[in-house]
Design a binder for this molecule. Structure first.
Ligand code: GAP
Length: 450
């Protein structure tokens, strides 16, 4: 992948209203980003497709939308307060602070296991700073908790400390009994949620790849212990379908990586990371974890599930496929970016594109064409997002729509006035065809969603 693709995507995102630097007029804020008019459409389309596929079109999954702030006991029980941390190092020379995994392994003189039970290795010897190359001998990494803290109520004292959720998952676990009581679900079944999560990341960066505030789409799928492997494979298959069919990501852009025990999250007994080949390296896009009965056991003293047939009480086990929304947006932008000469095309799946069609009068100075084109625009607008453009020449308007991924451009010309048909131009093939106006909505809807 092209090295400067990230710069191109970031510049395009800002220029065309997908993503702006957060708090920009005040100099920004620590790699925070705001989605603009086109970005919010792309992001919402991804979330809607996900919700349709994994919640609405299944009878074994239900959704929730829980509070961002939860009782701190949730995070005590889940293990996040004790163990949700990254190793942080500070270079004595340049004073830079960064994650220990940024250190070049070949420069580390000595490591040891974190403790007797752990297979995780920590640095105890010297290491070289990846930024200024200074040798550091007396400052091994220390664990830095990633939970983002705030206070509830007027007094900023320890009794009022709460944490923004670092994952949406825990709300699915703590509501487990509520959901059973208000539904007819039985194992296997899933609970899904889309929402914001917060982590006090040591080094956010790479545009919307790693931020301190981000969005997740998560699904906790509850199964019988003896069936966890079968369901793990099943969800891996579902995640592949989502990537290739719904997002249109090419198979060559992703790798499925089995995560060794020492690198897995504290709750996981098996993890596969779905990694994307970003221009800055191959890194996590999504994850699939077998969380066993870790979470339900930590939250419920008594087994929270009773088999409706046998009456047997148990702690169901959990398979968790998890998807980052912002990383989905990034991967989709990167994967769909194409350049043909000076023409930039975002080859987005039509159902993900912000605008499904753009309508133009062939020329702007003929009132009868503009009037007819407005009618066509207004006819389409209740069905889908549709853009309007009457500036400059038609070629420039096509290019402007290509750059934001609009799959179809509809031109109203003099023939339209006589024959009641329009020219529809396809973004990817640049082919044009005449379509009669009464057929136009069905023609487009079929191409976009069919
Ligand atoms: N409930 C499991 C969980 O939270 P995770 O791998 O830590 O697992 C899930 O996070 C997904 O959330 C990741 O695969 C990634 O897409 C997204 N994600 C995690 N941290 C992120 C960050 N700092 N910025 C943007 N997205 C992030």
């Amino acid at each position: 992948m092209e090295e400067n693709l990230m710069q191109k995507i970031t510049a395009l995102a800002k220029r065309r209203g997908f993503v702006y630097p957060g708090s920009e007029i005040y100099g920004g804020l620590a790699n925070s980003w705001d989605y603009g008019p086109l970005g919010v459409e792309l992001k919402n389309n991804i979330k809607q497709e996900w919700w349709k596929r994994f919640v609405q079109q299944r009878s074994d999954v239900v959704g929730i939308d829980a509070a961002l702030l939860m009782n701190p006991k949730v995070w005590e029980a889940s293990g996040h307060l004790a163990t949700f941390s990254d190793p942080l190092v500070e270079c004595k020379e340049c004073q830079r602070r960064f994650r220990a995994d940024e250190i070049d392994e070949s420069t580390i003189s000595q490591r040891k296991p974190r403790n007797d039970e752990s297979k995780e290795w920590i640095i105890v010897g010297a290491w070289r700073c990846p930024y200024c190359n200074a040798e550091n001998t007396k400052n091994p990494p220390r664990q830095f908790n990633l939970m983002l803290k705030t206070f509830l109520g007027p007094a900023e004292e320890s009794a009022n400390v709460v944490y923004f959720r670092p994952e949406t998952a825990q709300a699915m676990f703590v509501n487990f009994k509520n959901i059973l009581a208000t539904s007819r679900l039985r194992v296997p079944f899933g609970i899904a949620q889309i929402g914001k999560a917060f982590r006090n990341e040591i080094t956010p960066g790479n545009f919307i790849f790693r931020t301190r505030e981000f969005e997740q789409m998560e699904l906790e799928y509850f199964v019988q212990e003896r069936e966890w492997e079968k369901w793990f494979d099943y969800w891996l298959g579902e995640m592949k379908e989502w990537l290739y069919k719904d997002l249109g990501i090419s198979e060559s852009s992703v790798e499925f990586v089995e995560i060794p025990e020492k690198d897995r999250a504290h709750y996981s007994q098996r993890t596969i990371d779905i990694e994307y080949k970003y221009p800055f390296g191959q890194k996590e896009l999504y994850g699939l974890a077998y969380r066993s009965d870790f979470d339900l056991k930590n939250h419920f003293q008594e087994p929270p599930y009773k088999d409706p047939e046998t009456g047997e009480a148990s702690y169901p086990h959990v398979i968790e496929p998890t998807w980052g929304v912002d990383r989905s947006v990034l991967a989709v932008l990167l994967d769909s970016y194409a350049q043909e000469g000076d023409r930039v095309i975002l080859k987005l799946k039509p159902k993900l594109a912000p605008y499904k069609a753009a309508v133009f009068p062939l020329v702007a100075n003929k009132p009868e064409l503009t009037k007819k084109a407005r009618e066509v625009h207004d006819m389409l607008q209740p069905r889908c997002m549709v853009a309007w453009d009457d500036r400059g020449n038609i070629g420039k308007r096509y290019y402007a729509q290509d750059e934001i991924g609009t799959p179809f451009c509809v031109t109203v010309d003099f023939e339209t006035l006589e024959k009641n048909d329009v020219t529809v131009r396809d973004r990817d093939t640049a082919k044009q065809e005449r379509v009669s106006l009464p057929d136009l909505p069905a023609f487009l809807m079929n191409k976009i969603y069919g």
